[in-house]
Design a protein around this ligand. Structure first.
Ligand code: G4P
Length: 539
Protein backbone atom coordinates (compact mmCIF):
# COMPACT_ATOMS: atom_id res chain seq x y z
CA UNK A 1 0.00 0.00 0.00
CA UNK A 2 1.47 3.39 -0.91
CA UNK A 3 1.55 5.87 1.92
CA UNK A 4 -0.56 8.39 0.11
CA UNK A 5 -3.06 8.24 -2.66
CA UNK A 6 -1.75 10.93 -4.94
CA UNK A 7 -3.99 11.03 -7.99
CA UNK A 8 -2.20 10.14 -11.20
CA UNK A 9 -3.76 10.60 -14.62
CA UNK A 10 -4.79 6.94 -14.66
CA UNK A 11 -6.48 6.86 -11.27
CA UNK A 12 -7.70 10.46 -11.19
CA UNK A 13 -11.15 10.12 -9.74
CA UNK A 14 -13.99 12.06 -11.12
CA UNK A 15 -14.38 15.15 -8.97
CA UNK A 16 -17.88 16.21 -10.11
CA UNK A 17 -19.27 12.70 -9.53
CA UNK A 18 -17.80 12.43 -6.06
CA UNK A 19 -19.10 15.85 -5.13
CA UNK A 20 -22.55 15.18 -6.55
CA UNK A 21 -23.06 12.18 -4.26
CA UNK A 22 -22.17 14.01 -1.05
CA UNK A 23 -24.79 15.24 1.37
CA UNK A 24 -23.49 17.12 4.39
CA UNK A 25 -26.16 17.98 6.91
CA UNK A 26 -27.08 18.40 10.57
CA UNK A 27 -30.14 17.36 12.52
CA UNK A 28 -31.92 20.08 14.46
CA UNK A 29 -34.58 19.39 17.05
CA UNK A 30 -35.89 20.10 20.51
CA UNK A 31 -34.52 17.69 23.14
CA UNK A 32 -36.51 14.46 23.26
CA UNK A 33 -38.02 14.75 19.79
CA UNK A 34 -35.95 11.77 18.67
CA UNK A 35 -32.70 13.10 17.21
CA UNK A 36 -30.57 10.38 18.79
CA UNK A 37 -32.92 7.62 17.74
CA UNK A 38 -33.05 8.93 14.19
CA UNK A 39 -29.26 9.32 14.06
CA UNK A 40 -28.94 5.74 15.17
CA UNK A 41 -31.22 4.51 12.41
CA UNK A 42 -29.31 6.57 9.84
CA UNK A 43 -26.11 4.89 10.95
CA UNK A 44 -27.76 1.52 10.91
CA UNK A 45 -28.95 1.89 7.33
CA UNK A 46 -25.65 3.47 6.41
CA UNK A 47 -23.91 0.32 7.61
CA UNK A 48 -21.92 2.35 10.14
CA UNK A 49 -23.22 0.41 13.13
CA UNK A 50 -24.50 -3.12 13.38
CA UNK A 51 -27.37 -2.75 15.76
CA UNK A 52 -29.48 -0.12 17.40
CA UNK A 53 -28.36 0.97 20.84
CA UNK A 54 -24.80 2.07 20.19
CA UNK A 55 -25.33 5.80 20.24
CA UNK A 56 -27.95 5.58 22.93
CA UNK A 57 -25.65 6.75 25.70
CA UNK A 58 -25.63 10.19 24.25
CA UNK A 59 -29.35 10.84 24.41
CA UNK A 60 -29.52 9.57 27.93
CA UNK A 61 -26.46 11.41 29.09
CA UNK A 62 -27.99 14.67 28.05
CA UNK A 63 -31.04 14.33 30.23
CA UNK A 64 -29.71 15.83 33.41
CA UNK A 65 -27.15 18.38 34.25
CA UNK A 66 -24.77 16.06 36.04
CA UNK A 67 -25.03 13.46 33.32
CA UNK A 68 -24.35 16.11 30.76
CA UNK A 69 -21.16 17.01 32.63
CA UNK A 70 -20.25 13.37 32.65
CA UNK A 71 -20.73 13.28 28.92
CA UNK A 72 -18.48 16.29 28.55
CA UNK A 73 -15.88 14.49 30.62
CA UNK A 74 -16.20 11.36 28.60
CA UNK A 75 -14.80 12.89 25.44
CA UNK A 76 -15.12 9.62 23.60
CA UNK A 77 -18.88 9.81 23.35
CA UNK A 78 -19.50 13.38 22.38
CA UNK A 79 -16.52 13.60 20.09
CA UNK A 80 -17.06 10.55 17.98
CA UNK A 81 -20.56 11.87 17.47
CA UNK A 82 -19.40 15.31 16.29
CA UNK A 83 -19.20 14.28 12.66
CA UNK A 84 -20.10 10.97 11.14
CA UNK A 85 -19.70 9.72 7.61
CA UNK A 86 -21.49 6.79 6.04
CA UNK A 87 -22.70 5.59 2.68
CA UNK A 88 -26.32 5.14 1.79
CA UNK A 89 -27.16 3.80 -1.66
CA UNK A 90 -25.08 5.88 -4.06
CA UNK A 91 -24.68 8.72 -1.56
CA UNK A 92 -22.03 9.62 0.96
CA UNK A 93 -23.71 11.22 3.96
CA UNK A 94 -21.77 13.42 6.33
CA UNK A 95 -23.82 14.03 9.44
CA UNK A 96 -22.55 16.82 11.66
CA UNK A 97 -23.85 16.83 15.20
CA UNK A 98 -25.30 20.02 16.62
CA UNK A 99 -24.50 20.43 20.30
CA UNK A 100 -27.47 19.26 22.28
CA UNK A 101 -27.76 21.91 24.90
CA UNK A 102 -29.54 25.17 24.24
CA UNK A 103 -26.75 27.05 26.02
CA UNK A 104 -24.31 26.42 23.24
CA UNK A 105 -25.82 28.69 20.67
CA UNK A 106 -22.50 29.94 19.35
CA UNK A 107 -21.10 26.48 18.91
CA UNK A 108 -24.31 25.47 17.20
CA UNK A 109 -24.15 28.38 14.85
CA UNK A 110 -20.64 27.48 13.82
CA UNK A 111 -21.57 23.85 13.33
CA UNK A 112 -24.25 24.95 10.94
CA UNK A 113 -21.67 26.83 8.86
CA UNK A 114 -20.19 23.43 7.98
CA UNK A 115 -23.34 21.87 6.52
CA UNK A 116 -25.39 22.33 3.36
CA UNK A 117 -28.76 21.30 4.78
CA UNK A 118 -30.59 20.47 7.99
CA UNK A 119 -33.06 17.78 8.94
CA UNK A 120 -35.60 19.17 11.37
CA UNK A 121 -37.11 16.56 13.67
CA UNK A 122 -40.35 17.40 15.42
CA UNK A 123 -42.43 15.38 17.83
CA UNK A 124 -45.84 14.76 16.26
CA UNK A 125 -47.57 15.44 19.56
CA UNK A 126 -45.70 18.61 20.36
CA UNK A 127 -45.17 20.34 17.03
CA UNK A 128 -42.65 23.17 16.77
CA UNK A 129 -40.92 23.60 20.15
CA UNK A 130 -38.70 26.42 21.36
CA UNK A 131 -35.32 24.91 20.60
CA UNK A 132 -36.43 23.82 17.13
CA UNK A 133 -37.58 27.34 16.44
CA UNK A 134 -34.24 28.83 17.55
CA UNK A 135 -32.21 26.41 15.48
CA UNK A 136 -34.47 26.95 12.53
CA UNK A 137 -33.84 30.71 12.72
CA UNK A 138 -30.11 30.04 12.59
CA UNK A 139 -30.58 27.87 9.49
CA UNK A 140 -32.62 30.62 7.93
CA UNK A 141 -29.80 33.11 8.38
CA UNK A 142 -27.86 30.93 5.97
CA UNK A 143 -30.85 29.96 3.79
CA UNK A 144 -30.11 26.32 4.49
CA UNK A 145 -32.49 23.84 2.89
CA UNK A 146 -34.55 22.04 5.53
CA UNK A 147 -36.12 18.59 5.33
CA UNK A 148 -38.63 17.81 8.05
CA UNK A 149 -39.28 14.54 9.85
CA UNK A 150 -42.40 14.38 12.01
CA UNK A 151 -41.58 11.69 14.53
CA UNK A 152 -43.47 9.52 17.03
CA UNK A 153 -46.51 8.92 14.84
CA UNK A 154 -46.96 5.64 16.71
CA UNK A 155 -48.16 7.78 19.62
CA UNK A 156 -51.12 10.09 19.74
CA UNK A 157 -50.08 12.94 17.47
CA UNK A 158 -51.74 16.13 16.37
CA UNK A 159 -53.90 16.31 13.32
CA UNK A 160 -51.70 16.22 10.21
CA UNK A 161 -53.06 19.48 8.78
CA UNK A 162 -52.56 21.18 12.15
CA UNK A 163 -48.92 20.12 12.28
CA UNK A 164 -48.29 21.40 8.77
CA UNK A 165 -50.12 24.68 9.51
CA UNK A 166 -48.12 25.19 12.65
CA UNK A 167 -44.81 24.80 10.82
CA UNK A 168 -45.94 27.11 8.03
CA UNK A 169 -47.09 29.76 10.45
CA UNK A 170 -44.41 29.60 13.13
CA UNK A 171 -41.50 29.21 10.81
CA UNK A 172 -42.80 31.05 7.77
CA UNK A 173 -41.81 28.33 5.33
CA UNK A 174 -43.94 26.47 2.79
CA UNK A 175 -44.56 22.86 3.77
CA UNK A 176 -45.23 20.12 1.26
CA UNK A 177 -46.13 16.60 2.38
CA UNK A 178 -43.76 13.95 1.03
CA UNK A 179 -45.75 11.27 2.78
CA UNK A 180 -49.15 11.18 4.43
CA UNK A 181 -49.81 9.27 7.67
CA UNK A 182 -52.53 6.66 7.83
CA UNK A 183 -53.99 6.84 11.30
CA UNK A 184 -51.95 7.71 14.38
CA UNK A 185 -51.13 6.30 17.79
CA UNK A 186 -52.42 2.77 18.16
CA UNK A 187 -54.14 3.07 14.81
CA UNK A 188 -51.03 4.15 12.94
CA UNK A 189 -50.59 1.83 9.97
CA UNK A 190 -47.95 3.58 7.97
CA UNK A 191 -47.83 6.21 5.26
CA UNK A 192 -48.80 6.84 1.71
CA UNK A 193 -45.71 8.03 -0.15
CA UNK A 194 -47.07 11.02 -2.05
CA UNK A 195 -43.97 11.48 -4.16
CA UNK A 196 -43.61 7.92 -5.38
CA UNK A 197 -47.17 6.59 -5.04
CA UNK A 198 -46.31 3.79 -2.66
CA UNK A 199 -47.88 2.37 0.41
CA UNK A 200 -45.47 1.94 3.32
CA UNK A 201 -46.69 -0.30 6.11
CA UNK A 202 -45.15 -0.28 9.55
CA UNK A 203 -44.29 -3.54 11.25
CA UNK A 204 -45.48 -3.16 14.82
CA UNK A 205 -44.25 -6.53 15.90
CA UNK A 206 -40.62 -5.87 15.04
CA UNK A 207 -39.20 -2.44 15.79
CA UNK A 208 -36.13 -3.02 13.72
CA UNK A 209 -37.91 -4.16 10.62
CA UNK A 210 -38.07 -1.75 7.74
CA UNK A 211 -41.52 -1.00 6.36
CA UNK A 212 -43.10 -3.14 3.70
CA UNK A 213 -43.41 -1.16 0.47
CA UNK A 214 -46.22 -1.77 -2.00
CA UNK A 215 -46.23 0.08 -5.31
CA UNK A 216 -49.57 1.72 -6.13
CA UNK A 217 -51.17 3.12 -9.21
CA UNK A 218 -52.39 6.21 -7.42
CA UNK A 219 -54.87 6.47 -4.59
CA UNK A 220 -57.64 4.77 -6.56
CA UNK A 221 -55.65 1.58 -6.91
CA UNK A 222 -57.91 -1.27 -5.68
CA UNK A 223 -54.83 -2.85 -4.12
CA UNK A 224 -55.10 -0.24 -1.39
CA UNK A 225 -58.37 -1.78 -0.17
CA UNK A 226 -56.52 -4.99 0.52
CA UNK A 227 -54.13 -3.37 2.93
CA UNK A 228 -55.97 -0.46 4.53
CA UNK A 229 -59.26 -0.86 6.41
CA UNK A 230 -62.17 0.90 4.66
CA UNK A 231 -62.65 3.66 7.20
CA UNK A 232 -58.97 4.62 7.30
CA UNK A 233 -58.74 4.39 3.53
CA UNK A 234 -61.67 6.75 3.04
CA UNK A 235 -60.01 9.22 5.40
CA UNK A 236 -56.66 8.86 3.65
CA UNK A 237 -58.19 9.50 0.23
CA UNK A 238 -60.09 12.52 1.49
CA UNK A 239 -57.09 14.00 3.29
CA UNK A 240 -54.63 13.48 0.46
CA UNK A 241 -57.07 15.03 -1.98
CA UNK A 242 -57.42 18.04 0.31
CA UNK A 243 -53.67 18.21 0.83
CA UNK A 244 -53.05 18.21 -2.91
CA UNK A 245 -55.56 21.01 -3.31
CA UNK A 246 -54.53 23.17 -0.37
CA UNK A 247 -50.82 22.63 0.05
CA UNK A 248 -48.08 23.53 -2.39
CA UNK A 249 -46.65 20.76 -4.55
CA UNK A 250 -43.02 19.84 -4.11
CA UNK A 251 -40.78 22.32 -5.88
CA UNK A 252 -37.19 21.06 -5.67
CA UNK A 253 -35.75 24.47 -6.46
CA UNK A 254 -37.74 26.09 -3.67
CA UNK A 255 -36.47 23.40 -1.27
CA UNK A 256 -32.88 24.13 -2.28
CA UNK A 257 -33.44 27.83 -1.71
CA UNK A 258 -34.78 27.18 1.78
CA UNK A 259 -38.30 28.45 1.06
CA UNK A 260 -40.04 25.10 1.18
CA UNK A 261 -39.65 22.05 3.38
CA UNK A 262 -40.90 18.58 2.47
CA UNK A 263 -42.25 16.69 5.48
CA UNK A 264 -42.08 12.94 6.08
CA UNK A 265 -44.09 11.28 8.84
CA UNK A 266 -42.71 8.33 10.72
CA UNK A 267 -41.56 6.67 13.87
CA UNK A 268 -37.82 6.53 14.30
CA UNK A 269 -37.98 4.00 17.09
CA UNK A 270 -39.95 1.66 14.86
CA UNK A 271 -37.56 2.27 11.96
CA UNK A 272 -40.51 3.66 10.07
CA UNK A 273 -40.15 6.47 7.54
CA UNK A 274 -36.40 6.72 8.04
CA UNK A 275 -35.33 5.21 4.73
CA UNK A 276 -37.84 7.39 2.90
CA UNK A 277 -36.31 10.41 4.62
CA UNK A 278 -32.82 9.24 3.66
CA UNK A 279 -33.95 8.79 0.05
CA UNK A 280 -35.35 12.32 0.29
CA UNK A 281 -32.04 13.71 1.52
CA UNK A 282 -30.37 12.05 -1.43
CA UNK A 283 -32.90 13.25 -4.00
CA UNK A 284 -33.79 16.72 -2.74
CA UNK A 285 -30.90 17.61 -0.45
CA UNK A 286 -28.19 19.82 -1.89
CA UNK A 287 -24.74 18.79 -3.02
CA UNK A 288 -21.83 20.65 -1.44
CA UNK A 289 -22.42 24.34 -2.04
CA UNK A 290 -20.31 27.32 -2.97
CA UNK A 291 -18.47 28.72 0.04
CA UNK A 292 -18.25 32.42 0.80
CA UNK A 293 -14.69 33.59 1.14
CA UNK A 294 -12.54 36.62 0.47
CA UNK A 295 -11.35 37.80 -1.95
CA UNK A 296 -13.44 35.30 -3.94
CA UNK A 297 -15.93 32.51 -3.43
CA UNK A 298 -14.88 28.86 -3.54
CA UNK A 299 -16.67 26.36 -5.78
CA UNK A 300 -16.56 22.71 -4.68
CA UNK A 301 -15.51 21.50 -8.15
CA UNK A 302 -12.29 23.48 -8.11
CA UNK A 303 -9.35 21.11 -8.51
CA UNK A 304 -7.39 22.72 -5.70
CA UNK A 305 -8.19 21.73 -2.16
CA UNK A 306 -9.52 24.27 0.32
CA UNK A 307 -11.11 23.77 3.71
CA UNK A 308 -11.95 25.63 6.89
CA UNK A 309 -11.97 24.86 10.58
CA UNK A 310 -15.40 25.07 12.18
CA UNK A 311 -14.70 23.31 15.46
CA UNK A 312 -11.69 22.51 17.59
CA UNK A 313 -11.76 19.79 20.16
CA UNK A 314 -8.98 19.64 22.71
CA UNK A 315 -7.87 16.73 24.81
CA UNK A 316 -9.68 14.07 22.84
CA UNK A 317 -7.06 11.73 24.05
CA UNK A 318 -6.19 12.62 27.66
CA UNK A 319 -2.77 11.03 27.24
CA UNK A 320 -1.78 13.53 24.57
CA UNK A 321 -2.26 17.23 24.74
CA UNK A 322 -3.17 17.48 21.10
CA UNK A 323 -6.28 18.87 19.55
CA UNK A 324 -8.36 17.91 16.63
CA UNK A 325 -9.55 20.59 14.25
CA UNK A 326 -12.70 19.65 12.38
CA UNK A 327 -12.29 20.81 8.83
CA UNK A 328 -15.00 21.07 6.24
CA UNK A 329 -13.52 20.63 2.79
CA UNK A 330 -14.83 23.39 0.57
CA UNK A 331 -13.26 22.24 -2.69
CA UNK A 332 -11.18 19.64 -4.45
CA UNK A 333 -9.95 16.15 -3.81
CA UNK A 334 -7.86 15.82 -0.69
CA UNK A 335 -5.44 12.98 -0.16
CA UNK A 336 -3.43 12.06 2.88
CA UNK A 337 0.04 13.51 3.02
CA UNK A 338 -0.89 16.69 1.13
CA UNK A 339 0.80 19.90 2.09
CA UNK A 340 -1.69 22.68 2.67
CA UNK A 341 -1.10 26.33 3.39
CA UNK A 342 -2.42 27.58 6.69
CA UNK A 343 -3.47 30.97 5.42
CA UNK A 344 -3.42 32.83 8.75
CA UNK A 345 0.21 31.99 9.49
CA UNK A 346 1.20 31.58 5.81
CA UNK A 347 2.89 28.32 6.82
CA UNK A 348 2.68 24.97 5.11
CA UNK A 349 1.30 22.02 7.00
CA UNK A 350 1.74 18.42 5.91
CA UNK A 351 -1.53 16.68 6.68
CA UNK A 352 -0.26 13.24 7.52
CA UNK A 353 -2.83 11.94 9.99
CA UNK A 354 -6.22 13.21 8.91
CA UNK A 355 -9.15 11.36 10.44
CA UNK A 356 -12.53 10.39 9.11
CA UNK A 357 -15.27 9.82 11.66
CA UNK A 358 -17.22 6.68 11.14
CA UNK A 359 -19.75 6.38 13.98
CA UNK A 360 -17.86 5.16 17.04
CA UNK A 361 -14.62 4.73 15.13
CA UNK A 362 -12.04 7.07 13.78
CA UNK A 363 -9.95 6.02 10.88
CA UNK A 364 -7.19 7.53 8.81
CA UNK A 365 -8.62 9.43 5.90
CA UNK A 366 -6.67 8.34 2.84
CA UNK A 367 -8.72 10.72 0.75
CA UNK A 368 -11.67 13.04 1.05
CA UNK A 369 -13.67 15.32 -1.22
CA UNK A 370 -15.35 18.68 -1.11
CA UNK A 371 -18.22 18.40 1.35
CA UNK A 372 -16.48 15.92 3.65
CA UNK A 373 -15.46 16.61 7.22
CA UNK A 374 -12.01 15.52 8.30
CA UNK A 375 -10.29 15.85 11.65
CA UNK A 376 -6.74 17.17 11.69
CA UNK A 377 -4.75 16.51 14.86
CA UNK A 378 -2.48 19.46 15.67
CA UNK A 379 -0.77 21.20 18.54
CA UNK A 380 -2.85 24.33 18.56
CA UNK A 381 -1.95 25.92 15.22
CA UNK A 382 -5.44 25.40 13.83
CA UNK A 383 -8.15 27.65 15.20
CA UNK A 384 -11.81 28.09 14.47
CA UNK A 385 -12.30 30.08 11.28
CA UNK A 386 -8.88 29.21 9.82
CA UNK A 387 -8.65 28.43 6.12
CA UNK A 388 -6.41 25.83 4.49
CA UNK A 389 -5.57 26.06 0.79
CA UNK A 390 -3.02 24.88 -1.73
CA UNK A 391 -1.34 28.24 -1.59
CA UNK A 392 -3.92 30.87 -2.46
CA UNK A 393 -4.60 33.47 0.22
CA UNK A 394 -8.30 32.74 0.60
CA UNK A 395 -10.19 33.24 3.81
CA UNK A 396 -13.52 31.63 4.42
CA UNK A 397 -15.94 34.17 5.83
CA UNK A 398 -19.08 34.02 7.89
CA UNK A 399 -17.90 32.16 10.97
CA UNK A 400 -18.67 34.64 13.69
CA UNK A 401 -17.69 34.88 17.29
CA UNK A 402 -20.39 36.33 19.48
CA UNK A 403 -19.93 38.67 22.42
CA UNK A 404 -20.50 36.70 25.58
CA UNK A 405 -23.57 37.54 27.59
CA UNK A 406 -22.20 36.50 30.98
CA UNK A 407 -18.83 37.44 32.42
CA UNK A 408 -17.06 36.11 35.51
CA UNK A 409 -13.59 36.40 36.95
CA UNK A 410 -11.81 33.09 37.23
CA UNK A 411 -9.09 32.27 39.75
CA UNK A 412 -7.04 29.16 40.40
CA UNK A 413 -7.82 27.50 43.75
CA UNK A 414 -4.06 27.51 44.33
CA UNK A 415 -2.67 31.01 43.56
CA UNK A 416 0.70 29.47 42.64
CA UNK A 417 -0.97 27.85 39.66
CA UNK A 418 -1.98 31.08 37.89
CA UNK A 419 0.30 30.36 34.91
CA UNK A 420 -1.21 26.92 34.45
CA UNK A 421 -4.63 28.43 34.55
CA UNK A 422 -3.67 30.91 31.85
CA UNK A 423 -2.57 28.05 29.60
CA UNK A 424 -5.78 26.12 30.18
CA UNK A 425 -7.91 29.19 29.53
CA UNK A 426 -6.11 30.03 26.31
CA UNK A 427 -6.69 26.56 25.08
CA UNK A 428 -10.40 26.66 25.80
CA UNK A 429 -10.63 30.08 24.18
CA UNK A 430 -9.04 28.71 21.02
CA UNK A 431 -11.41 25.80 21.11
CA UNK A 432 -14.26 28.29 21.19
CA UNK A 433 -15.57 26.98 24.52
CA UNK A 434 -15.42 30.42 26.12
CA UNK A 435 -14.11 33.92 25.62
CA UNK A 436 -11.16 34.85 27.77
CA UNK A 437 -10.21 38.48 28.40
CA UNK A 438 -7.20 39.81 30.17
CA UNK A 439 -8.09 43.20 31.66
CA UNK A 440 -5.46 45.90 31.14
CA UNK A 441 -5.85 46.79 34.82
CA UNK A 442 -5.89 44.35 37.69
CA UNK A 443 -5.04 40.69 37.84
CA UNK A 444 -6.78 37.52 36.76
CA UNK A 445 -8.83 36.67 33.75
CA UNK A 446 -12.39 37.33 32.83
CA UNK A 447 -14.22 34.48 31.22
CA UNK A 448 -17.25 35.15 29.07
CA UNK A 449 -19.85 32.66 27.95
CA UNK A 450 -23.20 32.71 26.20
CA UNK A 451 -25.03 30.39 28.64
CA UNK A 452 -24.55 29.88 32.38
CA UNK A 453 -24.06 26.13 32.11
CA UNK A 454 -20.82 26.74 30.21
CA UNK A 455 -19.15 28.01 33.42
CA UNK A 456 -19.82 24.68 35.07
CA UNK A 457 -18.64 22.68 32.09
CA UNK A 458 -15.52 24.81 31.85
CA UNK A 459 -14.74 24.54 35.57
CA UNK A 460 -15.10 20.81 35.44
CA UNK A 461 -12.97 20.45 32.34
CA UNK A 462 -10.15 22.61 33.76
CA UNK A 463 -10.14 20.45 36.83
CA UNK A 464 -10.33 17.19 34.92
CA UNK A 465 -7.94 17.97 32.10
CA UNK A 466 -5.42 20.16 33.93
CA UNK A 467 -5.86 19.04 37.53
CA UNK A 468 -6.63 22.63 38.53
CA UNK A 469 -9.56 23.41 40.79
CA UNK A 470 -10.88 26.88 39.92
CA UNK A 471 -13.27 29.45 41.36
CA UNK A 472 -15.55 31.72 39.42
CA UNK A 473 -16.41 35.07 40.98
CA UNK A 474 -18.68 37.88 39.93
CA UNK A 475 -16.90 40.37 37.70
CA UNK A 476 -17.30 44.12 37.84
CA UNK A 477 -18.13 43.93 34.14
CA UNK A 478 -21.16 42.42 32.48
CA UNK A 479 -20.53 42.94 28.78
CA UNK A 480 -17.71 42.98 26.31
CA UNK A 481 -17.51 44.61 22.89
CA UNK A 482 -14.76 44.40 20.31
CA UNK A 483 -13.21 47.75 19.45
CA UNK A 484 -12.71 48.64 15.79
CA UNK A 485 -11.45 51.77 14.11
CA UNK A 486 -8.35 53.42 12.62
CA UNK A 487 -5.30 52.46 14.64
CA UNK A 488 -4.53 56.00 15.92
CA UNK A 489 -8.13 56.44 17.06
CA UNK A 490 -8.11 53.05 18.76
CA UNK A 491 -4.86 53.94 20.54
CA UNK A 492 -6.36 57.21 21.76
CA UNK A 493 -9.49 55.41 22.85
CA UNK A 494 -7.46 52.85 24.81
CA UNK A 495 -5.43 55.58 26.52
CA UNK A 496 -8.55 57.41 27.61
CA UNK A 497 -10.50 54.34 28.79
CA UNK A 498 -7.85 52.16 30.43
CA UNK A 499 -10.09 50.83 33.22
CA UNK A 500 -12.45 49.40 30.63
CA UNK A 501 -9.92 47.85 28.29
CA UNK A 502 -9.01 44.20 27.95
CA UNK A 503 -7.58 41.90 25.30
CA UNK A 504 -9.02 38.64 24.07
CA UNK A 505 -6.93 35.54 23.42
CA UNK A 506 -6.06 36.74 19.91
CA UNK A 507 -4.80 40.01 21.37
CA UNK A 508 -7.75 41.98 19.99
CA UNK A 509 -8.95 44.93 22.02
CA UNK A 510 -12.25 44.74 23.89
CA UNK A 511 -14.20 47.31 25.81
CA UNK A 512 -15.55 45.95 29.09
CA UNK A 513 -18.41 47.56 30.92
CA UNK A 514 -21.48 46.95 33.00
CA UNK A 515 -23.61 49.74 31.60
CA UNK A 516 -25.38 50.19 28.31
CA UNK A 517 -24.96 53.86 29.09
CA UNK A 518 -21.18 53.48 28.65
CA UNK A 519 -21.66 51.87 25.27
CA UNK A 520 -23.96 54.68 24.19
CA UNK A 521 -21.46 57.21 25.46
CA UNK A 522 -18.69 55.71 23.33
CA UNK A 523 -20.92 55.92 20.28
CA UNK A 524 -21.53 59.59 21.03
CA UNK A 525 -18.02 60.64 22.04
CA UNK A 526 -15.96 58.54 19.64
CA UNK A 527 -17.51 58.69 16.18
CA UNK A 528 -14.53 56.87 14.65
CA UNK A 529 -14.76 53.92 17.00
CA UNK A 530 -17.17 51.04 16.50
CA UNK A 531 -18.03 48.65 19.33
CA UNK A 532 -19.28 45.37 17.96
CA UNK A 533 -20.85 42.37 19.58
CA UNK A 534 -19.52 39.88 17.04
CA UNK A 535 -16.14 39.36 15.56
CA UNK A 536 -15.56 37.26 12.48
CA UNK A 537 -13.16 34.54 13.41
CA UNK A 538 -10.48 35.31 10.93
CA UNK A 539 -7.36 37.25 11.39
P1 G4P B 1 -33.34 13.36 21.45
O1 G4P B 1 -32.03 12.82 20.99
O2 G4P B 1 -33.99 14.25 20.44
O3 G4P B 1 -33.32 13.97 22.80
O4 G4P B 1 -34.37 12.14 21.54
P2 G4P B 1 -34.14 10.59 21.71
O5 G4P B 1 -33.82 9.96 20.42
O6 G4P B 1 -33.23 10.35 22.86
O7 G4P B 1 -35.62 10.15 22.07
C1 G4P B 1 -36.31 10.64 23.19
C2 G4P B 1 -37.31 9.61 23.66
O8 G4P B 1 -38.28 9.41 22.64
C3 G4P B 1 -36.71 8.24 23.95
O9 G4P B 1 -37.48 7.65 24.97
C4 G4P B 1 -36.95 7.50 22.65
O10 G4P B 1 -36.99 6.10 22.82
C5 G4P B 1 -38.33 8.03 22.29
N1 G4P B 1 -38.61 7.93 20.86
C6 G4P B 1 -37.82 8.24 19.80
N2 G4P B 1 -38.46 8.00 18.65
C7 G4P B 1 -39.68 7.54 18.97
C8 G4P B 1 -40.80 7.11 18.20
O11 G4P B 1 -40.81 7.09 16.97
N3 G4P B 1 -41.89 6.71 18.90
C9 G4P B 1 -41.93 6.69 20.26
N4 G4P B 1 -43.05 6.27 20.82
N5 G4P B 1 -40.89 7.07 21.01
C10 G4P B 1 -39.78 7.49 20.38
P3 G4P B 1 -37.01 7.52 26.45
O12 G4P B 1 -38.07 6.78 27.18
O13 G4P B 1 -36.64 8.85 26.96
O14 G4P B 1 -35.71 6.67 26.33
P4 G4P B 1 -35.60 5.11 26.09
O15 G4P B 1 -35.91 4.53 27.42
O16 G4P B 1 -36.56 4.70 25.03
O17 G4P B 1 -34.19 4.91 25.71
Amino acid sequence: MPDTLAPTPSNRPDLPTEIARRRTFAIISHPDAGKTTLTEKFLLYGGAIQMAGQVRAKGEARRTRSDFMQMEKDRGISVSASAMSFDYKKFRFNLVDTPGHSDFSEDTYRTLTAVDAAVMVIDGAKGVESQTQKLFEVCRLRDLPILTFCNKMDREARDTFDIIDEIQENLAIDVTPASWPIGMGREFLGCYDMLRDRLELMDRADRNKVAETIEMNGLDDPLLDKHVPAEQLAKLREEVEMARELLPALDPQSVLEGHMTPIWFGSAINSFGVKELMDGIGTYGPEPQIQNATPRKIAPEEEKVTGFVFKVQANMDPKHRDRVAFVRLASGHFHRGMKLTHVRSKKQMAITNPVLFLAADRELAEEAWAGDIIGIPNHGQLRIGDTLTEGEALRVSGIPSFAPELLQTVRAGDPMKAKHLEKALMQFAEEGAAKVFKPAFGSGFIVGVVGALQFEVLGSRIELEYGLPVRFEGSQFTSARWVHGPQDKVDAFIAANKQHIGHDNDGDVVYLTRLQWDIDRVARDYPDITLSSTKEMMV
